[in-house]
Design a binder for this molecule. Structure first.
Ligand SMILES: Nc1ncnc2c1ncn2[C@@H]1O[C@H](COP(=O)(O)OP(=O)(O)OP(=O)(O)O)[C@@H](O)[C@H]1O
Ligand SMILES: [Mg+2]
Length: 279
């Protein structure tokens, strides 16, 4: 289904949020890139889903990843996490090559993600689903430790009261929160969120914004795939744009919304006009 930017959303002044102005910590800047992609490619049959993408993520950043449907956003996360490995190019995590590693090895390095189409283990309880996240990322702790850690993540995401329910019974908003809790259970340093707000109502989105902000405040680097510009402009210091698998822009939110290539590929003329009028 085609998704559109919400046209009723008030435009937010470029980089106006406190978070968007947050400077990177100096020690992080000195260490270089947390993750670096060098000319990464991934095709499926004749579809070149990710094309020669080069990109650096620095520790402590909150980065938005936007682009039209089919632009290659989810594929980029799948490539980074080893689900659909890169067919060429390099991916470096703190300088180590990881593009041939298995998903669980990449998760064990502190790189976690949520899935666009949420797929909890439906028969398992909410708590057990989160415990599974802990083990996937290589935790050596036993059941008791996993349970305690999982409960803390359920408290954080507001799901503690539903811990013993089968995951299949959750509403969409709660399934999205469960995805977040599972991601956090992997104790990530980098968490990539694939449309965690899709299908949520305004109040639920606001709640999710608070949660994502709190995750970033813990020092976790966050990459957010998002169609709601409000979320991107509120949370992100930097936005990268994919179009037909290619990275067409990498800039501050304020510059991205005025970038002609981004307007023509994604935001649309109507958006640009409203921005000009300051509505
Ligand atoms: N496992 C797969 N097998 C075949 N084709 C795929 C696969 N995954 C992605 N593609 C194709 O790659 C292209 C990019 O898809 P991708 O899901 O990465 O886009 P997206 O930017 O995440 O889109 P959306 O905003 O709709 O989620 C599309 O043409 C898609 O059909
Ligand atoms: Mg996607």
């Amino acid at each position: 289904m085609k998704k559109f930017i919400n046209p009723t959303m008030p435009l937010i002044e470029s980089g106006a949020s406190a978070r968007a102005d947050t400077a990177m910590r100096p020690e992080a800047a000195a260490r270089g890139a947390l993750l670096e992609l060098r000319r990464v490619n991934r095709s499926f049959g004749g579809v070149h889903a990710v094309r020669d993408v080069s990109l650096s993520l620095r520790q402590g950043e909150v980065i938005g990843l936007i682009g039209p449907n089919g632009a290659g956003k989810s594929t980029l996360i799948n490539v980074i996490t080893g689900v659909h490995p890169a067919q060429s190019g390099q991916i470096l995590h703190w300088g180590d090559r990881i593009e041939r590693m298995k998903p669980h090895q990449i998760a064990a390095r502190g790189i976690a993600r949520t899935f666009q189409v949420v797929q909890p283990f439906p028969e398992m309880t909410v708590l057990e689903n989160v415990m599974a996240g802990t083990w996937f990322a290589g935790s050596k702790g036993g059941r008791k430790e996993a349970r305690e850690a999982a409960m803390a993540h359920l408290e954080f995401t507001g799901l503690a009261a539903l811990a013993e329910q089968p995951a299949a019974q959750l509403t969409l908003a709660n399934r999205k929160r469960l995805e977040l809790a599972k991601g956090l259970a992997m104790e990530p340093k980098l968490l990539m969120l694939d449309e965690v707000n899709a299908g949520l109502n305004t109040a639920e989105v606001d709640k999710a914004l608070g949660l994502i902000g709190a995750i970033a405040d813990q020092g976790i680097t966050v990459l957010i795939i998002e169609h709601l510009l409000k979320v991107v402009l509120t949370l992100c210091q930097r936005v990268v744009v994919l179009h037909h698998g290619e990275l067409i822009a990498d800039d501050t939110p304020g510059n991205i919304v005025r970038n002609d290539a981004v307007i023509s590929a994604y935001l649309g003329a109507r958006f640009a006009q409203r921005l000009k009028e300051g509505s």
